[in-house]
Design a protein around this ligand. Structure first.
Ligand code: A3P
Length: 333
């Protein structure tokens, strides 16, 4: 069966799939001249394209170098000048894919009323080193502040506050990180290729072995609580009680079951967009997710126009568009 609309023909093939055939638009003199020039340039098309490709890469590398320097300067500024530690600050520290977000949720539940009324968990529990780039003012956050960080021990701001490190089996981390690279960084290599990079520490946040070792050596420091992801999976309530005790929090006993429920994988999965790194980047840039398909109502925007704005718009419209017959459509009320 064929369905035809204007110049678009949509025949259905034997499998019921649509094949779309568009008739070419009419040719103009301008288009004919462009096609002639294009044919003339054809022999040098390849070398010019290659040259521009190399140029583009050189600028990209330059951009990375400049970005690296800019981040390093901003981080040094954040760590030594802008960040003022408070005694009740809590740092969640981990190598990526080890349960960081999980701890963010647990600590958010423990340090607030636990309402899910936020766009992304980073709003409540910011990523410490990222604030050097996002320029988020950490001083404005209410106490107790909870930060997440993936910094290795050497870079961690070591102050009089609390640090909770969570470690996970490196093999699971490697696999989870590989999946994350594929879904969020468009990585297209095989797991074997990624694993080689992981083992050498040539992935974001460097060597897992170096990271874990750096913090394991400090496990007896009273400012540090060292947790294992696997223990948390096995006994979540036990881990939550350990955190409460370590942080000296006063949590009424009757709140514990709800905190455990909200920290479960199932509950967090239901609210995944509030924990996803992709959304964090958007929120970081001031973008509010879920506002793309807003209202879809013609005329709604005009309510925001004051009479002078209406007048300014109408004047320009009369001059530039009404003069050529372009109508401004409105729906009847
Ligand atoms: P998987 O990729 O194996 O599923 P991070 O937040 O440090 O990036 O860690 C992400 C890993 O923690 C993911 O592992 C994720 O599923 C797991 N995780 C997050 N919340 C969890 C929860 N409530 N219970 C168990 N695992 C959780």
């Amino acid at each position: 069966m064929d369905s035809t609309a204007h110049n678009v023909t949509v025949p259905l093939d034997g499998d019921g799939r649509m094949t779309v055939k568009l008739s070419p638009p009419p040719e103009t003199v301008g288009l004919r001249i462009k096609a002639f020039l294009w044919r003339l340039l054809w022999p040098i098309r390849w070398p010019v394209s290659r040259f521009l490709w190399i140029l583009s890469w050189l600028f990209r590398i330059l951009q990375w170098i400049c970005f690296g320097i800019h981040v390093a300067i901003d981080y040094v500024r954040l760590m030594y000048l802008d960040y003022t530690a408070r005694p009740d600050d809590i740092f969640i520290v981990s190598y990526p894919r080890s349960g960081t977000t999980w701890l963010q949720m647990i600590l958010y539940q423990l340090t607030t009323d636990g309402s899910m009324d936020f766009a992304h968990i980073a709003e409540k529990c910011p990523w410490f080193e990222r604030s050097a780039i996002s320029k988020r003012n950490l001083e404005k956050l209410p106490s107790p502040r909870v930060f997440k960080t993936h910094l290795p021990y050497i870079w961690l701001p070591k102050r009089r506050c609390r640090y909770i490190y969570v470690a996970r089996n490196g093999k699971d981390v490697a696999w989870s990180f590989y999946q994350f690279y594929r879904s969020h960084f468009r990585y297209r290599g095989s797991f074997e290729q990624f694993f080689r990079l992981f083992m050498r520490g040539w992935v974001a946040w460097g060597s897992w072995f170096y990271h874990v070792r750096g913090y394991w050596k400090r496990r007896n420091d009273p400012r540090f609580l060292f947790l294992f992801y696997e223990d948390m999976v096995q006994d979540l309530e036990g881990a939550i009680r350990q955190i409460i005790q370590f942080c000296g929090l006063q949590i009424p006993e009757e709140r514990i079951p709800e905190i455990v429920r909200r920290s479960s994988f199932e509950f967090m999965k239901q609210h995944e967009e509030k924990f996803d790194y992709a959304f964090e980047l958007l929120v970081d840039q001031g973008i509010v997710p879920g506002r793309f398909l807003r209202k879809g109502q013609p005329g709604e925007g005009q309510q925001a126009f004051s009479p002078p704005l209406h007048e300014q718009f109408d004047r320009k419209y009369q001059r530039r568009l009404a003069s050529v017959g372009f109508p401004l459509r409105t729906l009847p009320k």
